[in-house]
Ligand binder design. Structure first.
Ligand code: FAD
Length: 242
């Protein structure tokens, strides 16, 4: 499931090089692989629920890479990957909040024009709750992204904040598009608006760059460690001065 592999002139490959390191995260090393290469087989582009969007299945067998193509030191692969994934995950989040905002704009627009059961939808409490929940989630998403970006910009440890932002924004995106579809009624289910397409596309957000449950597992581990080490969860919850 390697995105854009067919368009790439080189790949960054993380390969297991250490058999039994003291730190399990020091088992892989990063390599640059010039493409195409013998031993690197781009088998197929995988069809997804959102069509064929350029994600390749790759088989790597007997690939030889010169030592000069090693990235960093032996055993640093995981660290390099995590470092790159910080800003990369936030870049995804920024695209997702734009999608969520479009979905909320559309939700409100539709609620103002659709007349049903004696009033426009915008005047109905059930619809207002969907608008309110979506607005609060969009606001939370933006704040989480800004805080994680602040940590990256200031050279602070950002792993946890990026992880929490990535998980939250990916899930908020799905919920907001889903509510927008609900407010549109059958029109939302049709392909007359972009919402159906956006909904299908948004599902990938909960897998790529770390599936939900893996982020939750790590977030919980950090929270438990913070409590064990400091008697408080504060440092794990953004370490904010409030
Ligand atoms: C559109 C798209 C693009 C992608 N692009 C890339 C790419 O460019 N490069 C790349 O390297 N990867 C890419 N991926 C792969 C992505 O990183 C993986 O799909 C993701 O890490 C999950 O791994 P998996 O699919 O093997 O799921 P699995 O590891 O099989 O997990 C299946 C489910 O079980 C859950 N699970 C696993 N372990 C646990 C646990 N310990 N506790 C609880 N639940 C658990 C997972 O969260 C998941 O929901 C892409 C995926 C998608 C959908």
């Amino acid at each position: 499931f390697i995105s854009s592999a067919r368009r790439a002139n080189f790949a960054i490959l993380l390969a297991k090089t250490e058999l039994d390191p003291d730190n399990p995260r020091a088992a892989t090393t990063g390599f640059l692989v010039d493409l195409p290469a013998e031993g690197w087989d781009d088998v197929r582009e995988i069809e997804t629920m959102h069509g064929s969007t350029g994600h390749s299945e790759i088989v790597i067998e007997d690939l030889r890479v010169p030592a000069s193509n090693m990235l960093g030191e032996r055993g640093q692969g995981h660290r390099l990957g995590q470092y790159r994934l910080g800003p990369a995950r936030l870049a995804h989040c920024m695209r997702w909040i734009a999608q969520a905002e479009v979905a909320l704009d559309m939700m409100v627009d539709r609620s103002l024009e659709r007349y049903s059961h004696g009033s426009i939808l915008a005047e109905k409490q059930g619809i207002q709750w969907m608008i309110a929940d979506s607005t609060m989630e969009l606001y939370q998403a933006k704040l989480m992204i800004l805080h994680a970006a602040y940590k990256i910009d200031n050279g602070l440890d950002f792993i946890s904040e990026v992880s929490m932002a990535k998980h939250f924004v990916a899930n908020a995106l799905g919920r907001i598009i889903d509510r927008s579809i609900q407010v549109h009624g059958a029109l939302g289910y049709s392909t007359d608006t972009p919402l159906a397409n956006m909904y299908q596309h948004a599902r990938w957000a909960r897998f790529a760059d770390g599936a939900d449950e893996i982020h939750q597992m790590r977030i919980a581990q950090r929270t438990i460690s913070a409590y064990r080490d400091h008697g408080s969860v504060r440092t794990a919850a953004g370490d904010l001065p409030i």
